[in-house]
Design a protein around this ligand. Structure first.
Ligand SMILES: [Zn+2]
Length: 373
């Protein structure tokens, strides 16, 4: 008789690698510091605690709940540290986490910038439909061009597709092929797939073109090299200026039903569980198109105006930012914490749908440093 023991051996790196498939680190902004901040990626996960901010209270909660991995939206180490003496809360958090062998993993602007990310969560809470990225990222898409003998074309293409190349919006397996003649002369050290040493060769080849996002570069090039029959594979990689419609800041969508500005604000407060918000003058025109950006989103006011959104919901707007509305749009500041607190639910769904052999808890600590009276 055989007994099967299911032992949890999921390592921290197994989970963080998976999260990085959803929100690749290459999508984080240049000022950001997402990724593993403390801890051993080889350690086996005992439990995971999800939070918006990693405060001392959150580390204490992780200790008491036997969680050795904290996943936080905001990185605890944001600016470079020159010392670690416990003189402020950031240093105390890191010292305590290391002492208790707790890993801290931050998933910040890379999660803001992906389609199933922070802004999609806000759009879902508000009930927006027909959503798209408000400011798609440029320069993320690479083009691969390679030259393949006719009979090997399909195998190479299928390998490139399997590695994630050839995806454009709602279309997969996108490529372009054109025929031509490849020429080469193998030298005495070569072991050619076709042709003979020191003899000029001409082969009917297909020129293949596919695009893919930068974070798949290693996988796509490996797939090419592994499937292409030639000893030396000729290929070109270019960075394109195209926008990647699936990556970028903010989100814009439509309400399923048109609302008056007053009713929209009332519903917004209910759906996002808000007590107080700041906004520009409510305009006497119906609300249909809504732009959102969790956290500090003033940099997207012009994008929201260009998309002719009726409302832009974000946080951290300064006094002078509000002047940009000019009766063309309603700018709404719902608070940084309030706009992003549901990121804990987002983390939870990403993890729980793929890992079932360790506990995943949402932190009960309210880390919002702002109080309303
Ligand atoms: Zn934030």
């Amino acid at each position: 008789m055989f007994y099967t023991y299911i032992i949890n051996m999921t390592k921290i790196k197994d989970l963080t690698n998976y999260i990085q498939q959803v929100a690749p680190l290459t999508y984080q902004e240049s000022y950001d510091n997402s990724g593993l901040q403390t801890g051993d990626p080889e350690a086996v996960i005992t439990g995971v605690l999800l939070t918006l901010d990693c405060t001392l209270a959150v580390v204490e909660e992780a200790i008491s709940q036997n969680c050795n991995l904290i996943i936080t939206h905001h990185p605890v180490i944001f600016k470079p540290l020159k010392k670690l003496t416990g003189s402020n809360e950031v240093e105390q958090v890191i010292i305590k986490a290391i002492r208790h062998q707790i890993a801290i993993y931050a998933c910040h602007t890379n999660l803001d910038n992906v389609l199933p990310g922070v802004n999609a969560k806000i759009a879902e809470k508000i009930g927006l439909v027909n959503t798209s990225i408000l400011a798609p990222k440029k320069g993320d898409l690479l083009k691969l061009i390679t030259f393949v003998p006719l009979e090997n074309t399909d195998a190479v293409l299928q390998a490139l597709y399997a590695a994630g190349a050839g995806q454009i919006g709602n279309y997969k397996n996108c490529s372009f092929q054109s025929g031509g003649t490849g020429t080469f002369t193998p030298n005495s050290k070569a072991k050619p797939f076709l042709g003979k040493i020191n003899q000029a060769e001409e082969v009917n080849e297909n020129r293949l073109e596919v695009i893919f996002p930068e974070h798949l570069k290693t996988a796509v090039v490996e797939a090419l090299i592994n499937t292409h029959p030639y000893e030396e594979v000729a290929y070109d990689l270019y960075r394109t200026e195209n926008q990647n419609q699936e990556v970028g800041a903010g989100m814009v969508g439509e309400l399923p039903e048109i609302l008056s500005a007053t009713n929209f604000i009332t519903e917004l407060k209910e759906k996002m569980e808000l007590t107080a918000i700041r906004h520009t003058q409510l305009l006497n025109k119906p609300i249909r198109k809504v732009a959102v950006c969790g956290g500090a989103g003033s940099f997207l006011i012009n994008s929201a105006l260009n998309q002719q959104a009726d409302v832009f919901i974000t946080a951290d707007l300064k006094y002078h930012d509000f002047f940009a509305a000019e009766n063309r749009i309603i700018l709404v500041d719902i608070g940084h914490y309030e706009s992003e607190v549901f990121t804990k639910d987002l983390f939870y769904d990403i993890i729980i749908n793929n890992f079932t052999n360790f506990a995943v808890l949402k932190s009960k600590v309210n880390t919002n440093p702002v109080r309303y009276t």
